[in-house]
Design a protein around this ligand. Structure first.
Ligand code: CAO
Length: 424
């Protein structure tokens, strides 16, 4: 079966997390992704948070599947020559260097356009144009600057970052969409263009409902927030704890075993259409007609009391028992799953969302596969490349250099010493 992005060639000049997650998605959709790495160390994540002494870290292997790797010192004359050849052959360059790095290397937008006017140059930066545009940015900086941290956590605690990598992987996703859109437009115009996804912008986009609430504040307290009716609202969106934030109030409730298991909890949603069923299940049938509880508006000032009563019931059952019972009545809820529970969930393997991958130096490891499923372009997850593993084949087969030219490039030091598979 063909692949959606077959024939598209990506010059992957990315490192760490945000850029690599973007190009990994493109590779999963069938693009030929050529990762350019500095000789010797390569992407810094290869050696970060290592669990095995001589194997690429899980950090690297889980972000760089289905790619080829070429080592290249792009600050040397020969390295620049090879990069120029890559620019001429590739459709898209993806980079997430600190601001100004590509220009300093001699590869300005104008220069790239000169080499290949059809090239799409896609960048992740921490901030868009403005006061912070020259700053280096990592995940949590973006979460803080994009409005996620100030709106996450509890009212009486400090701002909080989330475990989901919305700044890095979230921006990578945004960039991937920008790239395929630019490729689509190029079919008409024949021209490349710049694609920018700033991490602050991507996080803010994911915090859209909080900017909605900032404007709602001017018109009175927000009744679905836990601050209502007893707490104070200031002039900015407060942290809402575990409130669901939408029109359907929700909270995290303890389940059987919560005293010792940090994840024995369930997310419970008091959805209005199933209110009667909720009352029956928890044994509070009188709430069905009691005017203090019968309507969503009447319930708003009593939400914490209601959740407390539901919790008395959930505490008698495991989260999975609660899930089974509530779902019989279409009452929305979700168990708090630990990473261990997720890693053991067979159904996620069946859909390809979790995948076991073989790696020549680390053995088998578990990874998250492509979360986006295309019926005509299935994803087959293959391992991440060793540093420079494909240098020769890219120089020869993609760029068409002769053996003599490859020898010259090697002698110049521009590609360093290429790592070989142990099996060779
Ligand atoms: N050959 C030669 N030099 C290379 C090279 C290669 N193949 N690849 C990279 N380099 C050089 C660059 O030219 C640069 O050198 P100069 O500073 O002399 O111009 C140098 O490596 C460092 O690049 P950098 O500044 O991008 O890397 P850093 O580790 O200092 O910063 C990061 C990392 C992520 C903070 C920064 O790249 C950044 O802000 N990127 C944009 C935002 C982003 O993507 N952040 C998410 C990261 S994931 O958490």
């Amino acid at each position: 079966m063909g692949k959606a992005l077959q024939g598209v060639r990506i010059l992957d000049f990315t490192h760490v997390q945000s850029g690599p997650t973007c190009t990994q998605l493109l590779a999963w959709f069938g693009a030929d992704v050529i990762k350019v790495e500095r000789p010797g160390e390569g992407d810094i994540t290869r050696s970060q948070l290592r669990d095995l002494p001589d194997a690429d870290s899980l950090y690297f292997t889980m972000l760089n599947h289905n790619k080829r790797s070429i080592t290249l010192d792009t600050k040397t004359p020969k390295g620049k020559e090879v990069l120029e050849a890559l620019i001429k052959t590739c459709d898209v360059m993806v980079e997430n260097f600190a601001p100004g790095v590509l220009d300093r290397m001699g590869f300005t937008w104008e220069r790239i356009q000169e080499l290949n006017p059809a090239m799409i140059v896609a960048s992740v930066k921490g901030f868009g144009p403005g006061p912070f545009e020259n700053c280096k940015v990592y995940e949590n900086v973006a979460q803080c600057a994009g409005g996620a941290a100030s709106t996450t956590g509890f009212d009486d605690g400090p701002p909080m970052v989330t475990g989901a990598q919305i700044g890095d992987s979230g921006t990578g996703l945004h960039l991937a969409l920008g790239i395929v859109t630019a490729l689509y437009q190029r079919r008409e115009t024949g021209r490349g263009q710049k694609v920018l996804a700033a991490m602050q912008d991507a996080v803010l986009n994911l915090c859209r409902v909080k900017l909605r609430d900032q404007q709602r504040l001017a018109h009175g307290p927000m009744k679905e927030y836990p601050q209502y009716p007893n707490g104070e609202f200031g002039d900015t969106v407060p942290r809402a704890g575990n409130a669901s934030g939408g029109g359907q109030p929700g909270w995290i409730l303890k389940c059987k075993g919560w005293e010792t298991d940090p994840n024995a909890y369930i997310y419970f949603i008091a959805q209005a259409p199933v209110w009667k069923s909720i009352c029956k299940v928890i044994g509070k049938e009188e709430w069905i007609t009691d005017p203090d509880y019968a309507t969503p508006v009447a319930r708003l000032p009593r939400l914490m009391e209601i959740f407390g009563t539901v919790e008395e019931w959930t505490k008698t059952l495991t989260k999975f028992e609660v899930m089974d019972i509530l779902n019989k009545y279409d009452i929305p809820c979700g168990p708090i799953l630990s990473m261990k529970e997720i890693a053991e969930d067979k159904s996620l393997y069946e859909t390809g969302t979790l995948v076991e991958v073989e790696h020549p130096t680390r053995g088998s490891y578990l990874t998250v596969g492509n979360p986006i499923k295309l019926s005509d372009s299935p994803t087959e997850v293959t391992r991440s490349p060793l540093l420079g593993e494909h240098t020769d084949e890219i120089l020869r087969d993609v760029l068409g250099f002769s053996e003599r030219e490859i020898m010259d490039i090697r002698d110049s030091g521009a590609i360093g010493v290429v790592e070989r598979l142990a099996a060779e």
